[in-house]
Design a protein around this ligand. Sequence first.
Ligand SMILES: Cc1cc2nc3c(=O)[nH]c(=O)nc-3n(C[C@H](O)[C@H](O)[C@H](O)COP(=O)(O)OP(=O)(O)OC[C@H]3O[C@@H](n4cnc5c(N)ncnc54)[C@H](O)[C@@H]3O)c2cc1C
Ligand SMILES: *[C@@H]1O[C@H](CO)[C@@H](O)[C@H](O)[C@H]1NC(C)=O
Ligand SMILES: *[C@@H]1O[C@H](CO)[C@@H](O)[C@H](O)[C@H]1NC(C)=O
Ligand SMILES: *[C@@H]1O[C@H](CO)[C@@H](O)[C@H](O)[C@H]1NC(C)=O
Ligand SMILES: *[C@@H]1O[C@H](CO)[C@@H](O)[C@H](O)[C@H]1NC(C)=O
Length: 443
Amino acid sequence: MASTSHLFFTLILITLACSAELQPWTDWDKLQSCTPSFYSNVFTREEELVAFLKGSSSWDQVKVVGAGHSFSSITLTDDGEGQTAMLNLDSYSGIVSVEEGDQDGVKHVEVKAGTRLRDLNTLLEARGLALINLGATAAQSIAGAISTSTHGTGSSLGSISSDVVGLRLIDAMGVVHDSRQEPNVLIYGRVSLGVLGVISTVTIKAVPLFKMKLSKFDLPLTELLENHDAYLANYSRFQWSTVPYTSTATVLLREPVPLDTPITDCWADPPTYPCVDVSYKTLVDSLERYDNRTLYTECEHFIGRENTLPAVNDFLDFQEDVKDQHNESKCDLFFNIRYVAADDIPLSPMYQRDIAVLSFICLGTIDHTGDSSEFKMYASGLENLTKLNYDGVPHWGKQNWATYEDIAPFYQEMDDFNAFREKLDPRGIFLNDYTRVRLGLTT
Ligand SMILES: Cc1cc2nc3c(=O)[nH]c(=O)nc-3n(C[C@H](O)[C@H](O)[C@H](O)COP(=O)(O)OP(=O)(O)OC[C@H]3O[C@@H](n4cnc5c(N)ncnc54)[C@H](O)[C@@H]3O)c2cc1C
Ligand SMILES: *[C@@H]1O[C@H](CO)[C@@H](O)[C@H](O)[C@H]1NC(C)=O
Ligand SMILES: *[C@@H]1O[C@H](CO)[C@@H](O)[C@H](O)[C@H]1NC(C)=O
Ligand SMILES: *[C@@H]1O[C@H](CO)[C@@H](O)[C@H](O)[C@H]1NC(C)=O
Ligand SMILES: *[C@@H]1O[C@H](CO)[C@@H](O)[C@H](O)[C@H]1NC(C)=O
């Protein structure tokens, strides 16, 4: 029975592959695009993914995409390189199971890989649960989010990947690997850049639903810099930003409050700060506000936290150095600083060090001009100085120009990761130009 349905499904896919018009695929900011030979978002079950991969000998490249929210070319198929397939798992969504975790009150929630974090938030809320932390949006798929080590802010909070306790992964031959039987699947799979295979389910920690108070206020940049270490010590979820060529900093603080604290609607437009809400509504925008966002492009670099102030000051100096090349009608610039705790995941930018994350945004890149030269000047400036002076590494999912030589000294377990990858995907169908360059796999 099962094999009949596999065969049927495979036949449908082959028919689709032969008849589908080639359509360009673009990422969120519309700066990255590719034209795969085949695109499908019809997968609803693990067996269908297995069937597709068992027949994968006809594909030279297979890329799985989530929400397409990476700014880097990590998601792309390489155009002109044989038969390329892009799979999207939006139809493979939802919670599989909720089990007791080993820590008090913590549950282990197994989630289908295509589940968008925003859907997971509401599914968990209905069960009185919440994720421990989120980034600045919840539009990502859970598998996409962990594959690039997506993080939020919190001096002792890790990335979303660091909360993952189990994975099911389908390799290039269509074999399912479960971390319960094969610990390496979890060790290497929590941050895998999409190159180990197709993640089928992610088991992640959830905690009892909690509320937070979100405060947002401006202060002089000099005052922020003087009190930086006190803010970091006093608030467990501190982040701040500044607009280049202004003297103001904007602080965002989130503090847990008792569950019976009345909600004041952090998703109001605009909210009255401070506001109180369930945790995820203090961390990410409402869908309406998200859909209304002006597109931007972003880079982000991870440095040892002890270097936060010197690196911030270096980048402020760099901004002064290039001030006469700045063209304010190109896009709106933002410099954001967040904090993430160390983990031990081989390809995590948080590998064995507490970090500060310096990010730079060019808001309106596309809308205003379609030209990213303004972004490139600041982004390459930030990348160069964090790399040269502070052993910085880039976010896998954000714009960067890093090479294997740049990052290999930091990723001490990259050889082991590559050896594991080779076993799961001997032909390298899950690799693309972006990952080959950074994993040292170019010939
Ligand atoms: C508006 C916006 C806000 C953002 N905010 C933050 C933030 O606060 N913090 C942060 O760290 N990042 C942030 N990002 C970056 C974003 O979180 C990451 O790029 C994330 O990887 C995107 O998830 P996605 O589902 O869109 O995956 P995609 O970008 O589609 O894919 C990313 C990678 O995951 C792989 N992948 C996806 N699904 C699977 C699967 N099932 N199996 C195997 N591999 C898979 C892909 O092959 C690719 O390598 C933001 C991006 C945007 C556009
Ligand atoms: C941090 O906490 C200390 C001790 O409570 C307090 O004196 C100081 O003003 C606080 N600083 C900031 C920036 O919150
Ligand atoms: C969306 O943007 C429009 C135009 O800028 C604005 O009028 C509207 O209030 C915004 N809506 C939300 C929900 O932010
Ligand atoms: C600044 O950017 C705008 C928009 O792209 C462009 O029209 C203008 O010529 C630029 N100015 C300079 C001095 O380059
Ligand atoms: C950063 O370094 C690269 C490589 O050396 C160089 O091409 C680029 O111009 C530099 N960026 C800036 C802003 O100096």
